[in-house]
Design a protein around this ligand. Sequence first.
Ligand SMILES: [Zn+2]
Length: 393
Amino acid sequence: MKAVVCRSAELDLVDRPEPAPGRGQVRLRVVRCGICGSDLHARHGIDDWADLSARTGYHRFGRSQDAIVFGHEFSGEVAEYGPGCKGDVPTGAPVVALPLLRGGGGIDPVGLSPHAPGAYAEQVLVQESLMLEVPNGLAPDVAALTEPMAVAWHAVRRGEVGRRQVAVVVGCGPVGLGVILMLKAKGVRTVVASDLSPGRRALAAACGADVVVDPAEGSPYEAAGDRGHVTDMPAALELAVGTREKLGRLPVGWWHAWRLAERLGAGPKHPVIFECVGVPGVIESIIDGAPLFSRVVVAGVCVGPDRFRPAMAINKEIDLRFVLAYTPLEFRDTLRMLADGEVDPRPLITGEVGLPGVEAAFHALADPEQHAKILIDPRSAAAEPAPRAQANA
Ligand SMILES: [Zn+2]
């Protein structure tokens, strides 16, 4: 079979033997595979990841000198079951799978380890327990976005955003665009999107962002108008002292009223901010610009060291949360949302390419004006990413 192998930052289209499914594994014929920003990063920086994950006791990531087949965002068709499988899904049926594979040495990340080659290939192995049949005749290009959309769904769930709260998405690459789509699917009324790139801002609007901001021209935290957020320290002090004074006029003890209000979920209004850029300095700029009491969900993957002033975050009581991947349930629910039409991620897909065009696609993805998500079709011979007509335009 054909596959694109990365070794020492070189991408090569090669012939490899068809993989044989082990116990509990299934061989899929790949139909579509997304190129992820983490693949672009892993090409040159996978050793940094491998070092970091080794510090949390995980040693299954590949190294730059290994031969790695990238590709963890894919849809395919069942080709062959390995021993010990239940075989519930018929051969030829469309499926997606969480990109984890249980091998002899542990659980490997599909597409980021030499032990679990990914879907920049005609065939890929997946774990039967992590495989899901694609329902409702969902198109394979949309099904391939289950994985990145599950990343977005997990970030939105971790953000605990109420429908009336303002959500601010900083950075409108594929992760930020996915977060915008999922926020709107969840019914959040006001989603502000911020990106320096005009092309990315246009995609953010196509994904349903209500307000789109160029951060060089205005603050994304003020773009939704006055929402009663606490924007400076005098206002925070006034809120504390003023609330105490008001409750003191009640015939019951003010502390009873305060405790009851807390129990009912009352508190300072705040936005939920999604950091979807992942370069040094972004977290600090958010902490500096955000209203007091903001919740910040960090989804952008900054691998190198970064710095911010904790006292600034303390003065504002910023609630800083980090997110990684998703649970099997979130992956399953994301597939259902796509198949039921609750969320339509097609604006993200800006191009398609064949295996011979992966290198050209990596180059094209470096320019935010050109592309967001390019899908590989292993049956295509296209050596350049072809722009895709927007199905919903
Ligand atoms: Zn990814």
